[in-house]
Design a protein around this ligand. Structure first.
Ligand code: SF4
Length: 322
């Protein structure tokens, strides 16, 4: 008997956001002209992409579908995402895949160090998915990554954009003890919208984390970011600025939220460049050392240049030379 020739079908791709699959599509308004960006095509962009593939590294630039990828990767500025490509939370704004997390790769810190040395970067931003499944939330892996970068590229300054380590006592202490140059933790939105936008997080826990990190090491630069266009009121944004200053945060970033897929939180409105400039001036008036506020501002956008300015701003405030 001849068996029918049945070709093996490839397994279907897992859903990136299984928890959002049943949500109705939520249309966003058309993007205004000031948001449009060019498709990434430069040879330098391709070279950065190749290196990330060769070293099997994830980047938030790709996973979050960042609109700045063409510009940043042309300059070899990629933000490495450690601890795997799958997040244990399910924020409604975020394009990073959610579900069962990857196994921890003990060699990842070394490969990040190699990538930073190969790219010849002055400044690197390292972020991660949330790893609520790990006892330390991944803090030890952050510390190993910082050490590996210091060993491979001692001149490079290091910025970490950490998760909230909710219910992981002692985690932020591990990261601060590894001595990054900048510790960033994004509040993302105003407290009223947390239940809808960041359901697994707690606003005051995130604020306390920033405050605690600064108290542990007052020489550390601390940074936080907000997205606008999610439905927040201007007065709520100003209150968040005050809260962040109370927590001693040095650097604030504010950018426009963009909806990654129709299943994600819809864009409630586009904030104009003039309104961003208004936020920037107000925040500087409240005492931040640095503020970056524009439609395409992201936590890691121009982070290297901004770090140089941040150091200069602190030195000026202390009456020293940078
Ligand atoms: S802004 Fe940040 S996340 Fe976006 S492409 Fe640049 S480095 Fe990557």
């Amino acid at each position: 008997m001849t068996l029918p020739n049945i070709e093996a079908k490839p397994a279907p791709e897992p859903l990136r956001h299984p928890e959002k699959a049943a949500r109705p599509d939520q249309p966003s308004p058309r993007k205004p002209l000031w948001i449009r960006v060019k498709a990434p095509t430069s040879p330098e962009y391709q070279a950065t992409r190749r290196l990330m593939r060769e070293l099997k590294l994830n980047t938030v630039c790709e996973e979050a579908a960042c609109p700045n990828i063409g510009e940043c990767w042309k300059e070899k500025h990629a933000t490495v995402m450690i601890l795997g490509a799958v997040c244990t939370r399910a924020c409604t704004f975020c394009n990073v895949a959610t579900g069962r997390p990857d196994q921890l790769d003990p060699h990842e810190p070394q490969r990040v160090g190699e990538a930073v040395a190969a790219l010849g970067l002055n400044h690197i931003v390292v972020t991660s998915v949330d790893r609520d499944d790990l006892d330390d939330g991944g803090a030890g892996h952050f510390a190993q990554t910082i050490a590996a970068i210091r060993a491979a590229a001692p001149q490079t300054t290091i910025e970490v954009l950490v998760p909230d380590f909710l219910r992981k006592d002692g985690a932020i202490e591990i990261v601060v003890a590894a001595k990054p140059d900048v510790l960033n933790h994004n509040l993302e939105t105003v407290p009223r919208l947390y239940a809808e936008v960041r359901p697994g997080a707690r606003y005051f826990h995130s604020l306390r984390l920033l405050d605690h990190a600064k108290r542990l090491d007052p020489t550390l630069f601390t940074k936080s970011g907000l997205m606008v266009g999610l439905g927040e009121a201007r007065t709520e944004v100003l209150q968040v600025m005050d809260d962040l200053r109370e927590a001693g945060v040095d650097f604030l970033t504010i950018g426009q939220y963009l909806q990654p897929t129709p299943k994600h939180h819809p864009v409630a409105g586009f904030v104009t460049p003039d309104e961003f400039e208004g936020y920037r001036r107000l925040a500087l008036g409240k005492g931040f050392l640095m503020v970056s506020a524009s439609p395409l501002t992201r936590s890691s956008y121009h982070a290297g240049e901004d770090f140089a300015q941040l150091k200069a701003a602190r030195a000026a405030a202390l009456g020293e030379r940078a």
